[in-house]
Design a protein around this ligand. Sequence first.
Ligand code: SF4
Length: 362
Amino acid sequence: MHLYVHIPFCHHICPYCGFYKHKPGALANADFVRAILAEAERRTTAEKTPFQTVYFGGGTPSLLSKAHLRTLCEGLAERFDLSSVREWTLEANPATFDIEKAALMRDFGVTRISLGVQSFHSETLATLGRDHSPAEAIGAFETLRAAGFENISVDLMFSIPGQAAKTWSSDLEQAIALQPNHISAYNLTYEEDTEFLTRHQSGELDGNEDRDADLFYHAIDLLESHGFHHYEISNYALPGFESQHNRAYWAGADYLGLGPGAVSTLHGERSKTLADTAAYVRAALSGLDTRTDIEALSPEDLRIERIALQLRTREGIATGLLPSRNPVESLIQQGLITESDGQIRLTREGKALADPIAAALV
Ligand code: SF4
């Protein structure tokens, strides 16, 4: 069992971001934290299983004040069995914490930080609408190390309009120079209801699939040559530093999601909480069910989802998940997948086409 907590606050809204997030506004963060704990309290009766991983995502969890982080972490530990937690990740953005807050996060039980850097170039950060500088990103990483974090992941982004190959290469090299334990390298996608999608549809922001593939393969080659294992399409880790929370999610494990807009998958049921923070806080503090969109997942739903997620991983998918009539042979002949030990895995060529290959296999 795994726990996800969604903290939707961001000081600044990035124009490409498709997550549920907003500026803190007039809402009291103390009420927000009380609402999460009220929801935890209400759901704890059903969830006695010890959690193995915890993930605070957002939004910007590192925006919470030290006092609110303390209340939240201690409150969760009082309500759930966290004695078996082996990884506790918190997403952080540069310029949202100092060494004192970082040290407290460690004291509260956080073991891993996922630092949203995206780029070490001012022009690329400006294109992305990020509100931190390259120097702040480097300073934030050094602060985390000084606070004693031994497991830090750096998020980078490529396929950004105007991003030259040499800029991407130097982003990767700068990240490697910091010696993180894990690097996530995401391909920019144009998400629904974002400013970037509107600008993309109007032709202002271009896409270039050939260039994207070159940048993707350059990341694989450079990071693998520095000892990072490419264990999922967008994720690279030094041995032993793969994200255990994400691996569990890709493997189809049950997880409980708390906070506005958080998704849970429990006992064959998928639900999502109200993606409206004020409504979520009102409902949770009134003892009401915050979940919406509750749906039972059929074995066929789970099979399709598992193929889509697991195909992206180094382990690949078990052939037993595939329907009897499938295009495995044809995809092998095209050099896009391999089959061995009862597992289907993407080849180097196939990695750039993971989604269409998964669609063909289901
Ligand atoms: S990318 Fe991160 S910091 Fe930017 S708006 Fe989205 S959640 Fe907030």
